[in-house]
Design a protein around this ligand. Structure first.
Ligand SMILES: Nc1ncnc2c1ncn2[C@@H]1O[C@H](COP(=O)(O)OP(=O)(O)O)[C@@H](O)[C@H]1O
Ligand SMILES: [Mg+2]
Length: 412
């Protein structure tokens, strides 16, 4: 069992800047002009429950605090504030060696002079295990001892079998590809039989094709082991395809925790809406005015979309008071349809991707581009004018100032 609870976890890195010199401090009259070194908050009030056996993904742009959070869980980084529990045991001050977790990094961190076999076996050789022995008087006691050679061999062979690297065990890292090295690194983690696997961008060094195949292999590995996995990535596709629970982060703050489909269908805010999904969701500044039956959205070019509120996801009633509200309309490329009537758009460029074509368009007299994804195949011509239909059921609306969704979320 390994249930994890992160309660209000924070990480503050002390500033690397120096304090102003003593002379500067003495001779500056206006003390408020002295530049004080500011500590950097890398992770702020991180709250999360992770069930036993779950596959959780932390995703967000580079620098948003994913690795820092993972390293705090592993014990490689002090927790500045908050509590970390595993199965109701407080872990904050538990040594990383005793946390029963194994970590896999982007840089495989294999020993270059050891074979794949010895790299996988390394952790087993240095760690002692508990064993019960019976002495000659028939008393049993618990002792700590090293693994036997046969025990190590059994585990290494088992891991190699699962990862499909049996024939590579005699090779050194320099004689293996990136994908093979990463498998060895995974093998090193799984032979230890940890309660939790922590994976920090393990596929980032691999080429695109290998990344896709390793993605499904890691998912299969998780299914086979049934252990808790925490996987860190900046790649939203990796997150969406691998995780059952996804934690979207930005600037050290959790933006949303949800299963992949709910993140896609019911983003909490503009950031999540723009981060999840390819191509990126289109955003339009609009002025919203309406009541519980009719909603008018006026676009920047002055055109108005008259929508049927009954067909839309439920709107926060505060916005349905017949007053004007500055909002942001979000529509995914696949939910904008070329039609006989609708808003006027001009085609600037198009990309044919096989069955789908991405049309880069802009509103008349507006520069900002947006994307329409269509399955239609016709002779697209730069500068052609189209009318676009917005499907009420599929649109997203956010408050412009707060960035928060004003539509009802997923029913939980
Ligand atoms: N040892 C450190 N000292 C100061 N700042 C750090 C340190 N490690 C990371 N940071 C900063 O904390 C933020 C989060 O880093 P990190 O968790 O590595 O981001 P991510 O893994 O999401 O890319 C970044 O802005 C980074 O520069
Ligand atoms: Mg990182």
């Amino acid at each position: 069992m390994a249930k994890l609870l992160l309660s209000n976890i924070c990480k503050v890195y002390p500033s690397r800047d120096k304090q102003p010199s003593i002379f500067k401090r003495l001779f500056t009259k206006d003390k408020s002009k002295l530049k004080k070194p500011e500590d950097f908050v890398a992770v702020k009030n991180f709250n999360l429950e992770i069930e036993d056996g779950e596959f959780v993904v932390f995703v967000g742009p580079s620098g948003c605090g994913k690795s820092t959070t993972l390293r705090m869980i592993a014990g490689l980084e002090d927790i500045t504030a908050g509590e970390l529990y595993m199965d109701d045991v407080l872990l904050n001050n538990v040594d990383p060696m005793n946390r029963d977790m194994a970590m896999v990094f982007q840089s495989y961190a294999l020993y270059p002079h050891l074979t794949a076999y010895d790299n996988i076996a390394f952790g087993l050789k240095i760690r002692k295990i508990e064993d019960t022995v019976t002495d000659k008087d028939g008393n049993t006691k618990t002792i700590k001892r090293h693994h036997t050679k046969a025990e190590i061999d059994e585990k290494v062979q088992w891991a190699a079998e699962i990862l499909g690297i049996k024939e590579l065990l005699g090779r050194k890292p320099s004689e293996m590809s990136g994908g093979q090295c990463q498998r060895v690194a995974l093998g090193r983690a799984i032979v230890r039989g940890p309660k939790v696997f922590l994976l920090d961008e393990p596929l980032s060094n691999l080429d695109a094709k290998l990344r896709t195949s390793m993605r499904s292999e890691i998912v299969k590995l998780h299914q086979r082991l049934g252990t808790t996995f925490i996987y860190v990535t900046h790649d939203q596709i990796e997150a969406m395809t691998m995780g059952t629970k996804i934690v979207v982060m930005k600037d050290g703050v959790i933006q949303q925790v949800d299963k992949p489909t709910d993140l896609f269908l019911y983003p909490n805010n503009i950031f999540v809406a723009g981060f999840i999904g390819t191509p990126q969701m289109n955003f339009f500044d609009v002025v919203l005015k309406g009541d519980s039956s009719k909603v008018n959205l006026t676009l920047e070019d002055g055109e108005t979309l008259a929508l049927d509120a009954k067909k839309m996801r439920k709107i926060n009633p505060e916005y349905l008071d017949n007053e004007e509200h500055n909002c942001v309309l979000g529509v995914r490329a696949e939910h904008l349809k070329i039609a006989d009537k609708g808003i006027n758009a001009v085609l600037s460029i198009f990309e044919i991707l096989g069955t789908t074509t991405h049309l880069f368009m802009h509103l008349e007299n507006q520069e900002k581009e947006f994307i329409v994804a269509t399955d239609e195949s016709r002779a697209w011509v730069h500068g052609d004018k189209f009318k676009l239909f917005f499907d009420e059921e599929k649109i997203h609306l956010f408050d412009k100032e707060s960035g928060l969704s004003i539509l009802e979320g997923a029913k939980k």
